[in-house]
Every structure is written in structure tokens, then in C-alpha cells.
Design a protein. Structure first.
Length: 389
């Protein structure tokens, strides 16, 4: 087993709906049989920023079950509903797009925010357990431009060995709330990672990048660094995690006469969505707590439930309830989001010459998100280089 070179395969995926769940492990078993099954471990890689994988521990807490996974993702879909006034979706403001691209570009800020907040990853290692599904979660598979052609690469391997550990400094932002593109050439961060890979002659492996222990009020993700998304929409989420869900309900309350057929139903819907958001916080006490990101605490959840019940009992106008709920739920982001302190970056020998590299997707960047400025001018990141055998 140890002498076998790592297995590598890239699969094409055609989602059937905007949010879809595809069992990649079943696809591999069907197409490659024992050629893949004999490897006890596998690294699953997404080349996209609105489709990825859950950490195996979180997937296990959801029993690797498609229905439970759908319910988990659905709550974030409701916190970040489509067409909720995201600046990323104001395509006329997107100067990097041509007029032709604007005609078909998806309005998908909600999918990016769901990816980040639900803790989805561009690369996740799994034990290769027979019969256990591994779900490729697509949040934007079908849009007005048509159905996307997705790709996922899987590396099967027998064992892993840590060959190097180091700490790298990156420039910190002086802004209290900000997102930093670590793939920006000026930072030199990605170049330093590649140098580490070449120094140790890694063909297949993984780079585990995490915030150093003293670093607080920050997280890491891999996503698209689009300025309107990162500087405006994400900032709004960091200031108030349920902002977009509440704004959608308030918009209906501001203009009820313009929606005669829905005017009486939409306020109730806004409140029901608030309840669902609270339900995911409850789920977080048993599910998300097993992942690196902290969540809304049970006491806050119960307090808001009681507040909602009391306001309704005394006949307070629903628009006031919506405002109060939004204010009550605007807790520090670190207590709500499933944000992670670590990302994994794959290393693959794509050309067969023994030289490994990070196989970046077109729009993928490692991004450092912070919701409070650090006291130092730099942040420290721990890097662990792992070789697959």
C-alpha cells in the first residue's frame, strides 16, 4: 500500500438545481472501483468559490445525510436570501466585467456569503470509508446564464507525513472590519508557500494554513476577492450577521401596498425566517460547535425567542418586532458564523514531472477576514506542509 503512488482523478459535475448535493465518492466508486477504494484517505478539491465540501467532522455530525445537509445549508440560504440588495449583484458597478459578461453574470452574492458562513472549504481531507457519501455542495449551479460545468479533483493516498512547519507574517489591515487578499502578488504569501513546496520536493500533499494562537477576531477562507463583495457585502454581514434576512423583511414592510397579493404574508415570513435562523443557532450548539468556528450561545437564542413571543403577545407592530429582532441578533460575528481559523490548500503534480503546485481555481484566493483590527501591524499564520504517500 505505501508504495502505491497517490490516485488522482478530476470529475465533471453538472448540477441539477441552483443548490445541489452530489455524492462524489459514489461517482468515484462507479467510475474507478478498487483503483480508488484501496486508498484509506482522500483529499477532495473544489475549483470554485460557490461550491465546495464540509469538514469531515461537521459532515459526520450531520450523519453524512443529504436531507440533514440540505436543512443545514437551507438555513444559511435564508439568512442570505437571493436578491437582498447585495452590492456584488449590482452588475453595472462591476468594472471588471464586459457588457457581454454582465448579460450572463450570475447575481450570486448570497452563494458566496453562504459558502463562507457555513464553513464550506475548497479542499477537505476525508477517511475513505466504504459506503459513506462525500457531498460536493453546489450553491450556485444553475443561474440565469444556464447550468454551470463544475470540476472536482480527488487525490487518494495511503498516509500523510508532516515534513515542514513554519510561521509566516502577513500585513494586517488597520481597518476594524476588512478582508485581505492573500493571493495578491504584492503580499508574497503564495510565493512563499510555493517555495516551501519546492524546497521539500512535494508532488502530492496539502498545506494547512491557520491563524497563530494569539491571533483573534479573524478567520480564513478561500473565495473570490471581488471588491464589492468583500468590502461592502461581507462588511455588512460582519457588522450584523442577519442583516440581509432582516432587510428583506423590512423592505416588504415598507412597501406593503405595492404587493397586494403578498402584503399580509411577507411580514410573517420575515419572522418565520428569523425563527429558522435561531434554529440553526440551536443546531450550532450540537453541530457547529464541533467545527473550529464558535456560534451563537444558547442563552442568547432563548432570550430572543422570549423577546419575540412577548412582543407578539402585547400586540407590537410586526415592523417593530423585525427591527428589535435584527438589533438583538446583531451579536459579534465570532459568536454566530461558522467561520474557520484554518484552510487547507492542495498540492498536486499536474504535469507529471514530480513538481507540485497549488491548483488554484480561476477566482480562488485565500482571504483573511477580520472584524477587529489587531494591535500589531502584521498577523502571524502557522503553515504546515504535509506529504501524501
Amino acid at each position: 500500500m505505501s508504495s502505491d503512488p497517490p490516485f488522482r482523478a478530476t470529475l465533471g459535475i453538472r448540477p441539477a438545481s441552483r443548490t445541489d448535493f452530489i455524492d462524489v465518492r459514489a461517482r468515484l466508486a462507479e467510475e474507478f472501483g478498487s483503483d480508488f477504494a484501496r486508498y484509506p484517505k482522500a483529499l477532495y478539491i473544489s475549483h470554485h468559490t460557490t461550491a465546495g465540501y464540509l469538514d469531515q467532522r461537521l459532515a459526520q455530525r450531520l450523519d453524512n445525510d443529504r436531507t440533514r445537509l440540505r436543512d443545514y445549508i437551507k438555513v444559511f440560504n435564508e439568512i442570505f436570501p437571493p436578491n437582498a440588495g447585495y452590492e456584488h449583484d449590482e452588475l453595472e458597478l462591476r468594472t471588471e466585467l464586459t457588457d457581454e459578461q454582465k448579460a450572463t453574470e450570475p447575481e450570486n452574492a448570497d452563494s458566496h456569503l453562504t459558502f463562507i458562513s457555513a464553513g464550506l472549504q475548497s479542499a477537505a481531507s476525508y477517511d475513505n470509508e466504504s459506503g459513506r457519501p462525500v457531498w460536493f455542495v453546489d450553491l450556485d449551479g444553475v443561474h440565469r446564464g444556464g447550468t454551470r460545468d463544475r470540476r472536482t479533483t480527488v487525490v487518494g493516498y495511503g498516509s500523510e507525513e508532516v515534513v515542514a512547519q513554519t510561521q509566516l507574517s502577513v500585513e494586517a489591515s488597520p481597518r476594524a472590519i476588512d478582508a485581505i487578499d492573500l493571493r495578491e502578488p504584492e503580499s508574497g504569501f503564495v510565493d512563499r508557500l510555493q517555495d516551501l513546496v519546492e524546497e521539500h520536493g512535494i508532488s502530492f500533499g496539502r498545506l494547512d494554513v491557520s491563524l497563530a494562537a494569539p491571533e483573534t477576531n479573524a478567520s480564513l477562507t478561500v473565495n473570490e476577492y471581488e471588491p464589492l463583495l468583500m468590502k461592502n457585502d461581507l462588511r455588512g454581514v460582519l457588522l450584523s450577521p442577519l442583516r440581509f434576512m432582516a432587510d428583506q423583511g423590512r423592505e416588504a414592510l415598507r412597501t406593503p401596498l405595492s404587493l397586494p397579493g403578498k402584503a399580509l404574508r411577507l411580514p410573517g415570513k420575515a419572522l418565520r425566517l428569523s425563527g429558522k435562523a435561531l434554529n440553526v443557532a440551536r443546531m450550532g450548539t450540537t453541530v457547529l460547535r464541533t467545527s473550529p468556528g464558535p456560534v451563537l450561545d444558547t442563552a442568547t437564542v432563548e432570550a430572543v425567542h422570549i423577546l419575540n413571543w412577548a412582543l407578539e403577545r402585547i400586540g407590537v407592530d410586526e415592523s417593530v418586532i423585525a427591527r428589535v429582532l435584527n438589533r438583538a441578533l446583531a451579536v459579534p460575528v465570532s459568536r454566530f458564523q461558522g467561520l474557520r481559523r484554518q484552510i487547507s490548500l492542495p498540492v498536486i503534480d499536474r504535469d507529471g514531472d514530480g513538481n507540485g503546485e497549488i491548483p488554484w481555481g480561476t477566482y480562488q484566493s485565500p482571504i483573511l477576514i477580520q472584524w477587529r483590527a489587531p494591535t500589531e501591524t502584521t498577523r502571524e499564520l502557522d503553515v504546515k506542509l504535509v506529504r501524501f504517500a
